[in-house]
Write a protein that binds this ligand. Structure first.
Ligand code: AMP
Length: 112
């Protein structure tokens, strides 16, 4: 399968790792949209948020546990945002489920 984030999860494509365990990898986004911009992925390939089911939702729960740990380790006590873009109009450009962890500035609401 030709998937960029599977390649990063496998270590075949380099990334600047922030956190890793058996199920999850987090790495710095190559084109950051905030002073802190981390991409958090399940190592297992899930194409998008539209593909989350009862069989794989445990991966997502585990990702949110990892995000809380990362936020604590990076001392993001002023706050952060977690965003998942899904599909063409949702702005998804990589077809492997991922969560953007954004912090370090006032992110504003609603998003554009
Ligand atoms: P999305 O557009 O929501 O699918 O998010 C994909 C994200 O992956 C974008 O923010 C890209 O900047 C980021 N990205 C693409 N290639 C890489 C890479 N090789 N290493 C780190 N981040 C990447």
């Amino acid at each position: 399968m030709d998937c960029l984030f599977c390649g990063i999860a496998a270590g075949e494509i380099p990334s600047k790792k922030v956190f890793e365990d058996e199920k999850v990898l987090a790495f710095y986004d190559i084109d950051p949209k905030a002073p802190v911009h981390i991409v958090v992925i399940p190592k297992k390939h899930i194409a998008s948020a539209a593909e989350i089911t009862a069989d794989n939702s445990g991966e997502v729960a585990h990702i949110y546990e990892a995000i809380a740990r990362i936020a604590e380790e990076l001392k993001l006590e002023k706050g952060f945002r977690v965003v998942t873009n899904c599909g063409e109009e949702g702005g998804q450009s990589v077809g492997h489920l991922h969560f953007h962890l954004l912090a370090g500035r006032n992110l504003g609401w609603p998003p554009g």
